[in-house]
Design a protein around this ligand. Sequence first.
Ligand code: ACO
Length: 421
Amino acid sequence: MSQSVTLNHGDKTYEFPLVQGSENELGIDIKSLRAQTGLITYDPGFKNTGSCQSGITFLDGEEGILRYRGYSIEELADNASFLEVAYLLIFGEMPTAQQIKKFDADIRAESLVDEDIKIILKSFPKAAHPMGVLSSLTSALIAFNPSSVDIDSEKDMYEAIVLLMAKFPILCAWAHRKVKGLPLNYANTALDYEQNIAHMMFKMPHQDYVPNQKVISAINKLLILHADHEQNCSTSTVRIVGSSQAGLFASVSSGISALWGPLHGGANQAVLEMLEAIKADGGDTKKYMAKAKDKNDPFRLMGFGHRVYKNFDPRARIIKKAADEVLNDLGIEDPILEIAKGLEQEALNDPYFVDRKLYPNVDFYSGIIYRALGIPTEMFTVMFALGRLPGWIAQWREMRMQKEPIGRPRQIYTGATERSL
Ligand code: ACO
């Protein structure tokens, strides 16, 4: 097969090399396109544009494959801890026993934030959305930890990563406690990462908190499933902000804002609100299917469709099974789960959804599990952010270490041509 493509424009022919990935994906290397031809490419939503070369996560949307650093999501979700997966994503290999022990101990040692963070938190109205609070507090962390990271120093890089991994769950839990009007819990160094998340979120001032192992392992699985997803909207945001050499915390803070939108991480909240609305409306799934298909109706079946997965989302399969298990284990009967399963069945047999290759995505069932764990709806996207943190860190680190140029797309200008007042 030819290792290049030719482009004919006017009376000239140009040749561009192909780049090939380790899973044989091919791309046209157009780095010299404008210099050679004076042309740019036009690709709204970057549907055909590779922004980088990355060795972190592999996705095959046609086959429904997701792998972190070569390991399948199914294997990791069943056999690894979230902290091991975080280490794998960020540093490239599964940690040895000694490496994970040190990573865990370093994170536990840093699991405290400056007390003045509480003053900032206090100034938010109680009705503030926790994603806005989380993004602001992550940005505010910079002021309290103003170290500049020398990206050529593994030590500097490691310390910044440990700081963020340690302090981020505290901010997530505090955003939740603020909304609920509950006192803020500190991390407990005797607990592991997932136990601490549950402890900081759920411990009541007037009761002992005994972590439920089923809740902890469900949180572990959900965090792993959300940990990375290559160049999605929030990750691309983290990389592009970081490409201006903004720091790790600032870059992650912008990723949180990108994740908030209902077409991205905010979909898990939107799914549950949609299922609630269907239930309140008498459970008529057919009516909502018709709305989703009506081009004059802005309603979309939330939790369905994906930019990359055109077969099925492997995370959705794992989550659907986990939702059944968690509800069963905790002895919860939730009519919302039945409505979700009914909608899925209808969509999988409906030509509108089949023709457009629209399948349930990761968000379709995750909210049902979060709800069963006692996590309020407005916190769902925060839980997503908590899971995605190692992915954002890994992608930021890779981008800085590859010394990628500043991200700066071009445009086709369509405004007024030169005129005078
Ligand atoms: N309900 C009804 N119709 C849909 C849906 C849906 N959920 N998703 C896509 N379609 C239709 C579109 O109307 C379009 O139809 P047309 O070809 O007749 O115009 C076609 O399917 C293609 O849709 P696009 O929006 O062009 O696909 P795109 O790749 O740009 O969007 C997205 C993907 C944003 C995920 C979309 O499917 C969607 O809005 N889904 C609902 C929101 C959601 O669940 N987001 C979470 C995504 S996963 C994540 O970020 C973690």
